[in-house]
Ligand binder design. Sequence first.
Ligand SMILES: [Zn+2]
Ligand SMILES: [Zn+2]
Length: 197
Amino acid sequence: MSFYPILTFEENKLSPSLGYLFKRQWVDPFESVVSILWKFARMNRLPGHRVVAHVARGQIDPYEGYAATANELDIRMTAASLGLTQKTIRLSMQRPEMRRSWCSQLRFCPQCMSRGYHSVVHQFDGVGYCPVHGCCLQTRCRSCGSTSEYLIKASVLDATFKCPNCRRSYGNSPLSFVHRIPMLPRDRAAIVRTFIY
Ligand SMILES: [Zn+2]
Ligand SMILES: [Zn+2]
């Protein structure tokens, strides 16, 4: 049972009049929606629970969270709020027609996390290694050993590229998604190949 109130749909919606800071250059190909929303929350100094509710299709408990699927997340609202195309948002989440099983725990490549990048392909069951770096994908925090659910959830979005339990960064070096070089074509191609096959 949650100790937090379930706020109504309207109470939780962010006001568009505030304006949001988001640049499409911060998003890499096949970036996961969790990764994208981490950046949105961080750059707009928004608490996770408000972002979770803002992008939900209906009334939800942001502390319980929901799956990163098109059934639960409002693609149109998310795309409009972030200034991204609906296609970008669609590609960032699980869709029924993909016929791939996804890991229910957050799986990550520490080197990609250092860049401020978590990809949908990292969540694919059967993909054990990062297509870009070749390192073994991980689910456990190196500091406290805990895993994180792969959900659009307040505690997850409050820990930007970090372990929600101990707040240690999942990456190997300081986060640099604002001042990073664009993804190299060969790295992009490696992600695309993994996504397709
Ligand atoms: Zn990687
Ligand atoms: Zn931890």
